[in-house]
Design a binder for this molecule. Sequence first.
Ligand SMILES: [Zn+2]
Length: 220
Amino acid sequence: MKTNSFRLVLLGAPGAGKGTQAERLAEKFSVPQISTGVILRAAIEAGTPLGLKVKELIENGKLVSDEDVVAIVGQRIAEKDCENGFILDGFPRTIPQAEALENLLEERGLTLDAVLSIEVNDSDIVSRMSGRRVCKKCGASYHVVYKRPRNGNLCDNCSSELTIREDDKVEVVMGRLEAYHKQTAPLKEYYAAKGLLVAVEGKEELSETSAAVDEALENL
Ligand SMILES: [Zn+2]
């Protein structure tokens, strides 16, 4: 692997631990973690022209177009802190976005180093996520297997009843996984054909996943 720069795209199903690895790798390689979701939310909050446009789209139940997302990423990776690379998290999501990213980089004489996919069985993701419990009162989080509350279904801190977040319900998780696979399968094929795809098995233990990711990247 080239040591002077690091340009990575991260793929991973919701609940696979992608965000955690993105954060960790960004720190390890001293490059920014670029999440289009974060950029869009910040633009909306700041009320920039882009933010206003995106806000209107979302309020009308529409998706942000490939063109707009690509423009956002193009601006972001031209910034000074991306000189030595970046970790893209949540982009590209479609083949046209992947092609546009390639063009953006090519214009600068750059290429991606790798596309890292963190793979976890759907059934494991479902059992991890559906076991989560949260306290609505104080925000504490638990898991029925990995972090059990001391007293039945009550919060250790404030004894309030614990609840399952809407996003963690089995049917919601399964729906998101299905959508993820449908969307990502062509992308993985696209990057595999370019010899860029690296797949790593996401383990239950964070340290094991991190070790596997580091080893895969060292072997590039
Ligand atoms: Zn509580």
